[in-house]
Design a binder for this molecule. Structure first.
Ligand code: 0GZ
Length: 292
């Protein structure tokens, strides 16, 4: 792997939709800069630099106030690039870490000090070599009580994930809704299965994110995504947070326009009340609870 990849739009449009004051982009990443923060030897993709300067310029361009930077798989379990993004944000970013399950309690405390408020368990075989559930559970028990656990898996393993998710000892947030097939519609088997997961615990949250990934074949403006996801946001409005997913890892063949990604918000959250929860109240509860 030698060629460095660009998966983000060079000149995204300005969205038609204006987010409310204090809106949080609660799922985005930073890549490098590589000279300062090299990628993991186990990385499955090698991106060009997409550092905090670019991320914060996009935040302002799209009309957001804060970011939650989720450690990307290309940085493995070394959180230095994500911590740097948080550190240079002037208090406007917090993060989600990816850790070696053997991490010490002191290192977890240092991550908290650096602005991390959760950890991510990634189960996608194309992104990580292994996902040891027993070790994940052990470290989950050692997290600060107010942290949460972000999990990323695909719909075809939802059933086998259930006992693990049921055993997680903190609030859970499911990335990209566990990647349902949105072309099945709001009442399709994947959405039904995901709803039954949400109904199994009232502290399972989700991100109604990534129309570009989940409605890839239809493409922008991602109508299947809007149809399938709007009812979910309406029915579980206190349990969802939203993000751009910039710089869209692995989307180099179908790079989305971030302005259009933002314009999905009023289609899945049509009222001002839903938008306030999705973009402000809910993510504030997870990432800046001391301000509420
Ligand atoms: O589907 C993906 O390729 C993807 C990858 C990553 C990552 O590499 O961390 O994060 C995401 O949220 C989505």
């Amino acid at each position: 792997m030698s060629e460095r990849i660009i998966s983000w739009h060079g000149n995204p449009s300005r969205p038609t939709y204006t987010p409310p004051p204090g809106a949080i982009d609660a799922h985005c990443h930073v890549f490098g800069p590589m000279a300062q923060f090299p990628f993991s030897p186990k990385a499955k993709y090698l991106p060009e630099d997409a550092g905090p300067d670019k991320l914060f310029a996009l935040r302002d361009h799209l009309g957001f106030s804060r970011n939650v930077i989720v450690q990307a798989s290309c940085h493995g379990t070394n959180n230095a690039a994500t911590l740097n993004g948080i550190a240079v944000s002037g208090g406007k970013a917090r993060g989600v870490a990816v850790v070696d399950p053997a991490i010490s309690d002191e290192e977890i405390a240092a991550l908290h000090q650096g602005g991390m408020r959760g950890i991510r368990f990634n189960f996608l075989k194309r992104l990580v070599d292994d996902a040891p559930k027993d070790k994940f559970l052990e470290v989950a028990h050692r997290l600060p009580k107010d942290w949460h656990i972000v999990i990323y898996f695909e719909a075809d393993i939802l059933e086998e994930m259930r006992p693990f998710i049921a055993a997680l000892p903190r609030l859970v947030v499911v990335d990209h809704m566990g990647r349902p097939d949105v072309t099945q519609g709001p009442d399709g088997p994947d959405m039904k299965a995901f709803r039954s997961l949400l109904d199994s615990r009232d502290d399972i949250w989700f991100k109604p994110t990534c129309p570009d990934r989940l409605d890839l074949a239809a493409g922008d403006p991602w109508n299947n995504f809007a149809d399938a996801v709007a009812p979910l946001v309406a029915d579980y409005s206190d349990r969802c947070i939203w993000g751009t997913d910039w710089p869209h890892p692995n989307m180099e063949k179908a790079i989305p326009d971030d302005g259009h990604i933002v314009d999905m918000i009023p289609r899945i959250a049509p009222t001002a009340e839903l938008q306030q929860k999705l973009l402000v109240t809910n993510p504030m509860r997870l990432y800046w609870p001391e301000e509420l």
